[in-house]
Design a protein around this ligand. Sequence first.
Ligand code: DGL
Length: 276
Amino acid sequence: MQPVSKGPIGVFDSGYGGLSILRELRKALPQYDYVFLGDNARAPYGSRSFDVVYQFTRQTVERLFEMGCPLVVLACNTASAKALRTIQQNDLPVWDPSRRVLGIIRPTVEQVGALTSTRHIGIFGTKGTISSGSYPIEIAKFFPDVAVTGHACPMWVPLVENGEYDSDGADYFVKKEIDAILAEDPLIDMVILGCTHYPLLEAKIRRFMPERVRIVPQGTIVAQSLAEYLDRHDDMRMRLTTNGSCTYLTTENPDMFRQAASAFLDEDIEARHTDL
Ligand code: DGL
């Protein structure tokens, strides 16, 4: 892979969920150029094995690097949990050690300590994210006094990917998972929406969640963390192009992507198809 001098920030998700992160990145850091890549043709990743998530994520990162991105954000918890470390340790040194791939679990975890009074928190995520144990492992490094209950919500991503996040049918699946996590630990006073698709369900989650429980989506946290990262890393900041543009790529049908993306972005966009 050729070293690049300057280019856009790459943002990747298995599907539409990463758009909830991209929206906040563009709000906080509007000057940069972005390329968003949604692997919609192969979403959801949430129930796939470690190796498959790694192989798929590796292909998408490679594609974003080919497009000249010096920096890629994995705006997907499942990929951050299952593929980030291997890509950072094994692939980056071979591809181009001057580029960077960042995940979204670590920045989220760093905020946990300040957001809970009971020191009991919940994580909603995909099966893959929850079974990887990444959240409890990372939280224990920063806040060993915090009890973490992870809970997988396998129906939530399909509800979002299929545009059913606002439907009456979704109520059942949202309430079911909330009841389950609170039954497991009634002392929880905050839950992290540990899947980038879940912010679209936030209004429903709020409706069924007791008021005393804070709901924490990741978008603003990740945006703040990237801003701080770029403040600390002049070398990377200088390699990012700054025309305020955003290009959208999907491995599925671009018209479908364009329509669904507007729910996340509140604006009309154009999308292009890409093969991996
Ligand atoms: N949006 C992704 C996440 O944050 C996963 C969705 C999927 O299952 O593909 O985990």
